[in-house]
Each structure stands twice: as structure tokens, then as C-alpha cells.
Design a protein around this ligand. Structure first.
Ligand code: ADP
Ligand code: MG
Length: 238
């Protein structure tokens, strides 16, 4: 578990400024949801926290440690992508083991972690299959399994439900919340879907144009939206 701090971060892609001056703090074990329209910088933000993207100003800290310039593999963070990003030629077991092998984790330890993750996600019967033999929902579970085996302090989710149909979306949403309750890890979850945000979050950050519009619990945002944008986005009467 770990806190996450973003302080005065600035990010641009050549002459396009995506994030001007962004600051927020995430508590240990919190399920924090970032919600905002497409193009507002959600994926960019996650990639910066993960160490997959450089930025021009400010600071990102995981716990007490400022991680600016620390490569992704040296941050105790795992990211779950919307397109799953599984290796098509590898079995599910190998997909889940791959990152740990790269880190020279001893084989018995890898086996222990894969078995534990498979048990949590109920995908033990799928381990010898290839990704193409799995449904979308199963693939998303494998993507989560690959994150779990790293035993990260912080999980990052980038719109993990967006490729699933409505029924599966509810199922995987519940699964992610169950995972949060079970592992107690800090989770940062990005979506453009206000229903996901309202039902899953401990707190929500509403983003607009790479800036914080409001931070609060779902109830706070619903009852006291600070701006018309928040009210419109959250669907509250305010
Ligand atoms: P979101 O995830 O909220 O939809 P993104 O973080 O993907 O938003 O993108 C924010 C803005 O930055 C968009 O205008 C997008 O076109 C731009 N952008 C994202 N990635 C790159 C990149 N690698 N190079 C140039 N522009 C990018
Ligand atoms: Mg995105």
C-alpha cells in the first residue's frame, strides 16, 4: 500500500499543453477514480505516474519517494490497460509469469504468485490456453492477474471496461472492487463513464482540460457540485 502525490505537474506534447498545473494526493489504500471527457489527459496522467511518460515540471511521489526519472520497472506499480495488452503467442500462465521472469524472480515464487492470482480471479482453468481462446471478460481478468502477480503497492487502471459489453462491465466492475477489498492496495482508476466513477470510487477527481475541477466523495460531488461542468458530468441536479 502507498500514498501517491502529484505536485504542480506540467505536461505537453511539443506545443500541445495537456496538463498545466496538476496537484492532488491519494491516500493509502484509497480507490481514487479520475473521470473526465475523452482527450482531457487521463491516460497521460496514468502513464506519468507509472513512469511511462516524462513531464516538464513538478513532482510525482509514491509514498515518501519522489519518483521523477525512476523507470517504470523500478516503481512498485502495475497498470491494467483497456486493450489488455496480452502476448498472443504465449499461454495465460506465461503471460502472467513473463514480467516476473524478466525480474529474475525465482521459479517457485513465480508459481506461487500465479496460482494465488489465478485463485483470486478464478482463472485457474485457463492457464494453459492462449489469449485468443478467451472471452473479453476472461482476457480482462488475465490482464488483472498480470498486475496482481507483481504485488504492487499501487494499481493503475486505464478504462479497463471499455471493450466489454454492458453485462460484463458490471461483472468486472464488481470483480475490481472485490480485488480492492481483498488486497487493500491503493488503486487509481480512470474512466470517462460517470456511472463507473460514482459506483466504484472512494473519492473522485473530476478532470477538465488537464486540471482538477473538483475532488470529493461521490456523495459530495452529487450534493455539492462546485461547477456546472461537474454537475453536468456527474448528473446531479445542482
Ligand atoms: P484521455 O485519456 O483523457 O482521453 P490522453 O491523455 O490520451 O486523454 O490525451 C490527452 C491529449 O494529449 C489529447 O489531446 C491527445 O491527442 C494528446 N496526446 C496523447 N498522447 C499523445 C502523444 N503521444 N503525442 C502527442 N499528443 C498526444
Ligand atoms: Mg485515455
Amino acid at each position: 500500500m502507498s500514498t501517491v502525490h502529484v505536485r504542480n505537474v506540467k505536461k505537453s506534447y511539443s506545443d500541445l499543453t495537456v496538463i498545466e498545473d496538476l496537484s492532488f494526493d491519494i491516500r493509502d489504500g484509497e480507490f481514487m477514480v479520475f473521470v473526465g471527457p475523452s482527450g482531457c489527459g487521463k491516460s497521460t496522467l496514468l502513464r506519468m505516474i507509472a513512469g511511462l511518460e516524462s513531464f516538464q515540471g513538478g513532482e510525482v511521489a509514491i509514498g515518501e519517494r519522489v519518483v521523477n526519472g525512476v523507470p517504470a520497472r523500478d516503481r512498485n506499480i502495475a497498470m491494467v490497460f483497456q486493450d489488455y495488452a496480452l502476448y498472443p503467442h504465449m499461454t495465460i500462465r506465461d503471460n502472467m509469469s513473463f514480467g516476473l521472469k524478466m525480474r529474475k524472480t525465482p521459479r517457485p515464487e513465480i508459481e506461487r504468485r500465479v496460482a494465488a492470482a489465478a485463485e483470486i480471479l478464478q482463472i485457474g482453468h485457463l492457464l494453459e490456453r492462449k489469449p485468443r481462446a478467451l472471452s473479453g471478460g476472461q482476457r480482462q481478468r488475465v490482464a488483472m492477474g498480470r498486475a496482481i502477480v507483481r504485488e504492487p503497492d499501487v494499481f493503475l487502471f486505464d478504462e479497463p471496461l471499455s471493450n466489454l459489453d454492458a453485462k460484463l462491465r458490471v461483472e468486472v466492475r464488481t470483480e475490481i472492487k472485490r480485488l480492492h477489498a481483498r488486497l487493500g492496495a491503493t488503486m487509481i482508476y480512470v474512466t470517462h463513464d460517470q456511472v463507473e466513477a460514482m459506483t466504484m470510487a472512494d473519492r473522485i477527481v473530476v478532470l477538465k482540460g488537464g486540471a482538477v475541477e473538483q475532488i470529493g466523495t461521490p456523495q459530495e460531488l452529487y450534493r455539492e457540485p462546485r461547477t456546472r461542468f461537474v454537475a453536468g458530468f456527474i448528473g446531479s441536479p445542482g
